[in-house]
Design a binder for this molecule. Sequence first.
Ligand SMILES: *[C@@H]1O[C@H](CO)[C@@H](O)[C@H](O)[C@H]1NC(C)=O
Ligand SMILES: *[C@@H]1O[C@H](CO)[C@@H](O)[C@H](O)[C@H]1NC(C)=O
Ligand SMILES: *[C@@H]1O[C@H](CO)[C@@H](O)[C@H](O)[C@H]1NC(C)=O
Ligand SMILES: *[C@@H]1O[C@H](CO)[C@@H](O)[C@H](O)[C@H]1NC(C)=O
Ligand SMILES: *[C@@H]1O[C@H](CO)[C@@H](O)[C@H](O)[C@H]1NC(C)=O
Ligand SMILES: *[C@@H]1O[C@H](CO)[C@@H](O)[C@H](O)[C@H]1NC(C)=O
Ligand SMILES: *[C@@H]1O[C@H](CO)[C@@H](O)[C@H](O)[C@H]1NC(C)=O
Ligand SMILES: *[C@@H]1O[C@H](CO)[C@@H](O)[C@H](O)[C@H]1NC(C)=O
Ligand SMILES: *[C@@H]1O[C@H](CO)[C@@H](O)[C@H](O)[C@H]1NC(C)=O
Ligand SMILES: *[C@@H]1O[C@H](CO)[C@@H](O)[C@H](O)[C@H]1NC(C)=O
Ligand SMILES: *[C@@H]1O[C@H](CO)[C@@H](O)[C@H](O)[C@H]1NC(C)=O
Ligand SMILES: *[C@@H]1O[C@H](CO)[C@@H](O)[C@H](O)[C@H]1NC(C)=O
Length: 351
Amino acid sequence: MAFFRSLISTLLLIAISLTFTFAQPFRCTSPGTKCDGLVDYVSPNRTTLSAIKTLFQIKNLRSILGANNLPLSTLANTTVAAKQTIKIPFPCICRNHTGISNRRPIYTVVLGDGLDHIATDVFARLVTFPQIQEVNNISNPNVISVGQKLWIPLPCSCDDVDGQKVVHYGYKVPGGSTVEGIAEQFNTSQDTLLRLNNLTSPKDLMADAVLDVPLRACSSSLISNSSLDYPLLVPNGTYVFTANNCVRCNCDAANNWMLQCEPSLINSSCSPIRCEGQENFYLGNSSSSGCNRTTCAYAGYNHQNILTAIDVQSTCQAPDNNSSAISLRGLRWNFLLISIHIMLICLPFLK
Ligand SMILES: *[C@@H]1O[C@H](CO)[C@@H](O)[C@H](O)[C@H]1NC(C)=O
Ligand SMILES: *[C@@H]1O[C@H](CO)[C@@H](O)[C@H](O)[C@H]1NC(C)=O
Ligand SMILES: *[C@@H]1O[C@H](CO)[C@@H](O)[C@H](O)[C@H]1NC(C)=O
Ligand SMILES: *[C@@H]1O[C@H](CO)[C@@H](O)[C@H](O)[C@H]1NC(C)=O
Ligand SMILES: *[C@@H]1O[C@H](CO)[C@@H](O)[C@H](O)[C@H]1NC(C)=O
Ligand SMILES: *[C@@H]1O[C@H](CO)[C@@H](O)[C@H](O)[C@H]1NC(C)=O
Ligand SMILES: *[C@@H]1O[C@H](CO)[C@@H](O)[C@H](O)[C@H]1NC(C)=O
Ligand SMILES: *[C@@H]1O[C@H](CO)[C@@H](O)[C@H](O)[C@H]1NC(C)=O
Ligand SMILES: *[C@@H]1O[C@H](CO)[C@@H](O)[C@H](O)[C@H]1NC(C)=O
Ligand SMILES: *[C@@H]1O[C@H](CO)[C@@H](O)[C@H](O)[C@H]1NC(C)=O
Ligand SMILES: *[C@@H]1O[C@H](CO)[C@@H](O)[C@H](O)[C@H]1NC(C)=O
Ligand SMILES: *[C@@H]1O[C@H](CO)[C@@H](O)[C@H](O)[C@H]1NC(C)=O
């Protein structure tokens, strides 16, 4: 009897330590820093994009579509097969040396729920029950009540990696993966992955773990650090909507990792976004003159304005093929004033 009891408690301990390694929080060193997080959700059952949107409390379906590079026309009732992976975008905040989703999603406890079931089954091991317990100040994990609201702390980070701004992607490790293979797949190094994930050896990689993978992303140094969407980082092959859904930004790594933004066409109350002082030169327009390619680029937004800037790239001098585009940007800043009055007048027509 005693033997079985100790065997069972040993097994339990192993199970608990496994749960911990499956969902280790990501290191995030400057407290209070906010950024965009991204994590894989492997749907346990057949479901729909709409149900996933609800579970993770994502405001707009198009955020999911953009993060997964799905066409904007994809319907909310689109089926997601069991075991299919969907990338979940969410707001991240650094807190106490780890990054967690910033008070979202909030899960409402239903009859028969336990913290472990919520962590393991509902959120597919993206978190552990002690992590849910900690952020929600729950003293006894066995006592939760129907209707109780729980903050689910998804793992994320806002740290630069090797001196570069990146999107930290919580990659659900498929069975049979190696650290080397993952490094190659995401164009990073094995050492970086080991360091970020506090792994001492590649052998420590476990299937089903959520690995912190730094994704290089398109960005723009024209976006000021006071912009409400700073730092806007868009991973290769994805798109986002920003500036009150007035602007859509795409990332194609082949374009030298430069963010490409244009009017979104999804919000009818946006004013035309024009680069000031230029005739008929609107956000996303570009023109070429000799070696110079001039673009009306996105430069961030605040509560009143969407900002644009003229971006001049030289395409000629190319001492080597790796730096064929030398930025000469910042020649001129233009502030496009969108009258609050116009917004208010237009708002009732939105629906
Ligand atoms: C999804 O929704 C569209 C319209 O919103 C409808 O035409 C279609 O039949 C629905 N598909 C499924 C599988 O429910
Ligand atoms: C920070 O984390 C440590 C250990 O992970 C914990 O002991 C401490 O209470 C935490 N501090 C806050 C303010 O949450
Ligand atoms: C998946 O389906 C099983 C069987 O229908 C059900 O017990 C379980 O709660 C479902 N899981 C989720 C996360 O909905
Ligand atoms: C948990 O307690 C801490 C300190 O008492 C408090 O700052 C925090 O807001 C509480 N969190 C929640 C989710 O209630
Ligand atoms: C991978 O990264 C290296 C160095 O960071 C870079 O030289 C190389 O071009 C990248 N490969 C791709 C396919 O982006
Ligand atoms: C890294 O792992 C070691 C043991 O493997 C542990 O003691 C340490 O707390 C971990 N550090 C972080 C930041 O998770
Ligand atoms: C924002 O950028 C300005 C100059 O570009 C710098 O002086 C300032 O410290 C930055 N602020 C933050 C919060 O990084
Ligand atoms: C960027 O994504 C495209 C597909 O969307 C892919 O073909 C290409 O290899 C990716 N480039 C890098 C550097 O990741
Ligand atoms: C559309 O744009 C207007 C003006 O910028 C803004 O006030 C409104 O919130 C936006 N609507 C949506 C759904 O984003
Ligand atoms: C400039 O941008 C506007 C607004 O997006 C667009 O309608 C127009 O076709 C663009 N003009 C050129 C020459 O690309
Ligand atoms: C290209 O831009 C540079 C810097 O603004 C300028 O000095 C040069 O005259 C431009 N060349 C052409 C052909 O427009
Ligand atoms: C740049 O790459 C092209 C092929 O893509 C090649 O023909 C050309 O010689 C390269 N130029 C330099 C300077 O390496």
